[in-house]
Write a protein that binds this ligand. Structure first.
Ligand SMILES: C[S@@+](CC[C@H](N)C(=O)[O-])C[C@H]1O[C@@H](n2cnc3c(N)ncnc32)[C@H](O)[C@@H]1O
Ligand SMILES: [Zn+2]
Length: 174
């Protein structure tokens, strides 16, 4: 009798889930890149991600700042765009070379992810539980060598659309 009850309730749960919600995949990559409403391509969760989970490494070639400046000189005539992620005062990770899907993650002023640098590797981790279909964001907090003037902030606009949006991808300069 007890077993029959369990079976019935399990079936009910299953059919309700099938009727009412999009099935959540159980296998495959945790994240996928596709068109974003914020900017170009973004990265979206495919599977549920738990707060604190290490989601993906920001991969790419490790180059010096001097190399980065030579390869990607500032061009004021073009909208700002970068696949460079600061490792430390000497090195950056260049997502253009040997990069992975993490290079498509957009910025938000109200991010659901953060970066953690461990032994020269950049990890993107969840700041809260993230549901399948949600776009991933971290705060780029970009720091320029020059002062963060209003003109520079406009060269790095933020379109995250949050109520507390700073209006720029630039961070606070110390
Ligand atoms: C690493 S790419 C991210 C992928 C980008 N969406 C694309 O399709 O190339 C970083 C660049 O994306 C743009 N971007 C990322 N987040 C943004 C945001 N919140 N508002 C405006 N532009 C953003 C900026 O041009 C930034 O330099
Ligand atoms: Zn913003």
């Amino acid at each position: 009798m007890a077993q029959a009850k369990r079976t019935a309730s399990t079936q009910k749960t299953r059919s309700a889930a099938t009727r009412n919600s999009v099935p959540v995949p159980r296998r495959g990559p945790k994240v996928v890149a596709r068109k974003s409403k914020v900017h170009g391509r973004g990265v979206f969760a495919r599977l549920p991600i738990a707060k604190g989970e290490r989601i993906i490494e920001y991969r790419g070639r490790r180059i010096t700042w001097a190399q980065a400046d030579r390869w990607y000189p500032d061009d004021d005539s073009k909208p700002s765009h970068t696949f460079l992620f600061t490792l430390d005062e000497n090195y950056v990770i260049d997502g253009n070379r040997n990069g992975n899907v993490a290079r498509w993650i957009n910025h938000s002023c109200r991010p659901n992810c953060e970066s953690d640098i461990v032994d020269g590797h950049i990890w993107i981790e969840a700041l809260r539980d993230i549901k399948p279909g949600e776009e991933l964001y971290y705060d780029y907090n970009i720091t320029l060598e020059e002062p963060h003037t209003a003109a520079e902030k406009r060269r790095w606009p933020c379109w995250c659309g949050n109520r507390n949006c700073r209006g720029t991808l630039l961070g606070k300069k110390r």
